[in-house]
Design a protein around this ligand. Sequence first.
Ligand SMILES: CC(C)(COP(=O)(O)OP(=O)(O)OC[C@H]1O[C@@H](n2cnc3c(N)ncnc32)[C@H](O)[C@@H]1OP(=O)(O)O)[C@@H](O)C(=O)NCCC(=O)NCCS
Length: 154
Amino acid sequence: MIIRNAKEKDFDNIIESYKALYARLSECGYGFTLSLNDLPDILKVHMDSKMNMVAVAEEANRFCGFISASIIRLDRKIRFEEASHAGMVNELYIVPEERKKGTAKELTLFCEKWLKDNGITIVECNVVAGNHGAFSYWNKQGYRESTKLCYKKL
Ligand SMILES: CC(C)(COP(=O)(O)OP(=O)(O)OC[C@H]1O[C@@H](n2cnc3c(N)ncnc32)[C@H](O)[C@@H]1OP(=O)(O)O)[C@@H](O)C(=O)NCCC(=O)NCCS
């Protein structure tokens, strides 16, 4: 298994993964949808930016999945210990036939190393409330539940 930063050639696979990920999140009751028109531009900017990372997993030239993360500024009035910035895992997706082989774990470790190398000491990720498998996954990686985000359609 190779874990590496995403390149232009990974673009189509990552876009397809986003579609499958959001289809899955919709099944879990997530009410927000992917803006497919904006995604390619956002992804390009993300791949070129120093505050963001996109990495892929591949096996024998086969795309297995991706992770995306950002360095974000915390709310200006709070700190984590002394830190004013945090890492945020935006998306993690493994193609179905490659699951349960430790691929997501390797992508997560790669992402956490990138954050640590950039001086970041805390990482967060939003998990859709109905995505129970993802909760189990993140718990196994040492992530603990913090806030619960509530929303209401007006
Ligand atoms: C969740 C997901 C990323 C896990 O990927 P994966 O490559 O199968 O995970 P790994 O093989 O690295 O698993 C690492 C550990 O988590 C556990 N785990 C992974 N998926 C799990 C699940 N659905 N339920 C319970 N445990 C799970 C594994 O058993 C393994 O445990 P171990 O270390 O004790 O052996 C993958 O199922 C996926 O892409 N799902 C759809 C998209 C999604 O929900 N993404 C998360 C958004 S927050």
